[in-house]
Design a protein around this ligand. Structure first.
Ligand SMILES: NC(=O)c1ccc[n+]([C@@H]2O[C@H](COP(=O)([O-])OP(=O)(O)OC[C@H]3O[C@@H](n4cnc5c(N)ncnc54)[C@H](OP(=O)(O)O)[C@@H]3O)[C@@H](O)[C@H]2O)c1
Length: 312
């Protein structure tokens, strides 16, 4: 008898009793079926959760499923009440994070974001703080930590885009507003560095204006270039603690920030992307969620461009 036939129950013995599998063999035979059923249920569960979540947000496109990879974590999103920040808040919450939705002026939008997250089964609180004021940044972190016990993921998203103005006409007020917000964003990174546990995540929103396309936006582009350099510097400082620091560089994304762009400009920008459309907040939120996840643990100090291939 060959070795192979020794392990073939059908070839063992010729009596009916010998051919009938033992009770143990029949029990063992069910194991692969049980494993398959459990695996299928696990694979379907996040999709079902995401489908339910997407259904609850009438009028917005269904977001891709994000597994519960942030369960037990707290994420703080500056400017999390509107636009890209809101999509980031909702996406991290769908992944299981408890989210601090920071806002400056739009209290109603922040409450709406929290309600949307709760309607999808997630957890969030709104905290008002003007990120351009360092003392308010410090209060935001203190309040978040006091209410939720920890902060694991920080997304520095709050931003303002002043109207395009040639350098000859730029004002000191615009400089102060944009660089005031940059200052607060730096001190938000400082608070994150002080409070995040090992393995934490810092993600900063930059802009395509740092890639050369910035006539009229020199002050805004300059502040975003600083954010990219903070990202590189802090990634080296915080790397030994397993904390990653990355920037995301969105292309033109359809939010309030660019609502007054003339249709011809929007169309031209859309045509210039490889994928033939403007970005949506969810396009950026999914990149941020990836960088916030454990899967992105080996990515740090990087500037991740998410613009539909408009610079190819
Ligand atoms: N949309 C684009 O095409 C685009 C492209 C590249 C990069 N980005 C960057 O992506 C980020 C989000 O942009 P968005 O298009 O979503 O902008 P948005 O729709 O105008 O929303 C801006 C968000 O930032 C908050 N914010 C502004 N100033 C703040 C302050 N001092 N303190 C706290 N929160 C503040 C706003 O909250 P309040 O209303 O409460 O002030 C709001 O939630 C920004 O950093 C932006 O520069 C956007």
């Amino acid at each position: 008898m060959s070795t192979a036939s020794c392990w073939n129950p059908a070839a063992r013995g010729s009596s009916p009793a010998a051919r009938r599998p033992s009770r143990l063999a029949r029990w063992l035979a069910t194991i692969p079926v049980v494993i398959l059923a459990v695996a299928a249920a696990a694979a379907l569960a996040p999709a079902a959760t995401a489908a339910t979540a997407a259904k609850g947000r009438a009028g917005t496109p269904a977001a891709p499923a994000v597994p519960q990879r942030f369960a037990g974590k707290v994420a703080l999103v500056t400017g999390g009440s509107r636009g890209i920040g809101r999509a980031i808040s909702e996406t991290l919450a769908r992944g299981g994070a408890t989210v601090v939705v920071n806002y400056s002026k739009s209290a109603a939008a922040a409450q709406e974001a929290v309600a949307a997250i709760e309607a999808q089964g997630g957890k969030a609180i709104a905290i008002q703080a003007d990120i351009s004021k360092v003392e308010e940044v410090r209060r935001l972190y203190a309040e978040a930590q006091q209410k939720l016990g920890r902060i694991d993921i920080v997304v520095n998203n709050a931003g303002i885009l002043p109207p395009a103005v040639p350098v000859e006409k730029e004002s000191e007020a615009t400089w102060d507003a944009v660089f005031g917000l940059l200052k607060g964003t730096y001190f938000s990174m400082q608070e994150a560095a002080r409070r995040l546990p090992d393995g934490g995540r810092i993600i900063n929103l930059s802009s395509s204006t740092t890639r050369g396309w910035s006539p009229g936006y020199s002050i805004y582009a300059g502040s975003k270039s600083a954010i990219e350099q903070f990202t590189r510097s802090l990634s080296r400082e915080l790397g030994p603690r397993g904390i990653t620091v990355n920037s995301v560089i969105p292309g033109l994304t359809d939010t309030d920030m660019v609502a007054d762009y003339p249709p011809a400009v929007r169309e031209a920008v859309a045509k210039n992307t490889t994928l033939g459309r403007l970005g949506k907040p969810q396009d950026i939120a999914d990149v941020v969620a990836f960088l916030a996840s454990d899967e992105a643990r080996w990515i740090t100090g990087q500037q991740v461009v998410a613009n539909g291939g408009s610079n190819l």
